[in-house]
Design a protein around this ligand. Structure first.
Ligand code: NI
Length: 281
């Protein structure tokens, strides 16, 4: 936008110089004959200045003529002005190009979320990230004793997968629940809990050592609260849903504020933009 304004200003500037300032380029010396004296006079001629003309009355009309110093000044001013404008435009173009290069470099930088992990699913079977290669996964971290937020988020994720299943051309999504409370969330408990929502959801738990790996890879915050008289406690945790592409790479994340429609729309866009490794250079 800025460059366009500058270009227009420059064009206008040179139009002005062109219409008023022939003197800047066409300063030359000509021999002219003085009609009154009949002798040749040496004069400075410009295209818009005719020094001496004879009218009907035979009188000599002297038209406006710029002093030579002013002409030289305007000439120098034009050259400097042009030079500066050109420099400024080039500088702006370079800055814009640099910005674009930086932007593309940032976009190409891999996001450091996700990685290799090994956990136990709700059927007690050992699974790893490799079992989900070739599938789009929607990953959520929480715990089965969560009073309200986790149930709402899990419900939302199931709705997202339902929406996408009804969308033509969309691949099947694997909704995934990973516990941040393995002390209580055994495979059986996780299975029982997820059955209340949908059989589509994969539940993952494991030992603390196994879970610490995936929690670190996804940069999930979690903190166990104080235990009450009944032995119950809350685990404070980050509420973020991750979208992982068929290569197990991070594709997007969605905070709690996003609706099922927001998430489904964003996932649809990501899926459409995704290029499998075979079609990449
Ligand atoms: Ni929760």
């Amino acid at each position: 936008m800025e460059l366009n304004i500058l270009r227009r200003m420059c064009t206008r500037y040179f139009q002005v110089v062109k219409s008023h300032g022939h003197f800047s380029i066409q300063v030359n010396l000509q021999q002219r004959r003085n009609p009154l004296l009949g002798i040749p006079v040496r004069c400075l001629s410009t295209s818009n200045v005719c020094h001496e003309q004879t009218g009907r009355t035979g009188k000599t009309n002297r038209r406006f003529q710029l002093p030579r110093q002013v002409e030289i000044f305007l000439f120098v001013f034009s050259v400097v002005g042009f030079g500066y404008s050109y420099y400024y435009i080039q500088k702006k173009i370079r800055e814009k190009q640099l910005e674009l290069v930086k932007q593309s470099a940032v976009e190409e930088q891999p996001v450091l979320i996700g990685g290799d992990w090994e956990l136990v699913n709700q059927d007690g079977k050992l699974v790893s990230n490799k079992d989900f290669v070739g599938k789009w996964c929607i990953v959520y971290f929480g715990f089965t004793h969560c009073p309200d937020i986790c149930p709402d988020e899990i419900e939302k994720i199931i709705e997202v997968t339902d929406i996408l299943e009804r969308t033509p051309g969309m691949p099947k999504m694997i909704p995934m629940f990973v516990t941040v409370d393995p002390d209580r969330d055994s495979p059986e408990i996780v299975k029982q809990y997820l059955e209340e929502f949908s059989p589509k959801m994969v539940g993952l738990t494991g030992t603390w050592d196994q879970l610490k790996v995936i929690l670190r890879e996804f940069k999930v915050y979690f903190s166990k609260g104080p235990v009450d008289e009944d032995g119950d406690y809350i685990v404070d945790h980050s509420i973020i849903t991750f979208l992982m592409d068929p290569e197990g790479r991070y594709a997007a994340h969605f905070p709690r504020s996003k609706t099922n429609i927001d998430i489904a729309t964003a996932i649809e866009k990501k899926v459409k933009l995704y290029k499998p490794p075979s079609s990449r250079h």
